[in-house]
Design a protein around this ligand. Structure first.
Ligand SMILES: NC(=O)c1ccc[n+]([C@@H]2O[C@H](COP(=O)([O-])OP(=O)(O)OC[C@H]3O[C@@H](n4cnc5c(N)ncnc54)[C@H](O)[C@@H]3O)[C@@H](O)[C@H]2O)c1
Length: 162
């Protein structure tokens, strides 16, 4: 691979950074990740645990959660740890209980990733103007409304710096 004809390993950026672990100093950082059992949330959690972070993933699907927990545990390096909790991000009680549990277990919170989300069932089968209200409301509830109780819990129970 090259950039403007310069091999990537020869660029100034490459020379200043090593590509061996750990890429980032995440050792002892505590990070919570919603939607952490699949997709972008899972990939984020995998990178973080491999760089030494303590990562708490939350997901609505127990089967996916169990599989992800086992896979992520195998990827923990540099002191990285994984904790998996069944959470529906639309539920304030679920989110509060999860964040409380993380702070109780690891004593602090350094960062948060909100990646839980869904794609409406109709998106590949209907035209945009045919999106039904029920599916649309579900998408909004999971992505937008849940953010309010997630960040509320982080700032309150999690005492994440504002
Ligand atoms: N992947 C992409 O290219 C892309 C592009 C643009 C936007 N997005 C958006 O980013 C978000 C994440 O995308 P992804 O590709 O990682 O999706 P994904 O489906 O692979 O992962 C999302 C995870 O969120 C979980 N989830 C759904 N509802 C939940 C709930 N109520 N509580 C807890 N967990 C819940 C799902 O079980 C799933 O494990 C989605 O909102 C998606 O629409 C993704």
């Amino acid at each position: 691979m090259s950039i403007n004809g310069v091999p990537i390993s020869e660029t100034p950026a490459s020379k200043n950074y090593t590509m061996t672990s750990p890429l980032f100093n995440m050792r002892s950082k505590v990070i919570v990740v919603t939607g952490g059992a699949a997709g972008i949330g899972y990939a984020t959690a995998a990178l973080l645990v491999s760089q030494g972070a303590k990562v708490a993933i939350a997901n609505i699907n127990q089967t996916k959660l169990d599989e992800a927990e086992a896979e992520l545990r195998a990827q923990c390096k540099e002191g990285g740890e994984i904790m998996a909790t069944l959470v529906d991000v639309r539920s304030r009680a679920d989110v509060d209980g999860w964040i409380e549990g993380v702070v109780k277990k690891w004593g602090k919170l350094d960062g948060a990733v909100n990646m839980a989300g869904i794609i409406p069932k109709c998106i590949f089968t209907e035209r945009v103007e045919d999106l039904n209200d029920e599916d649309w409301q579900l998408v909004i509830d999971v992505r937008a409304s849940s953010s309010a109780c997630f960040f509320d819990a982080l700032l309150g129970i999690g005492r994440l710096d504002r």
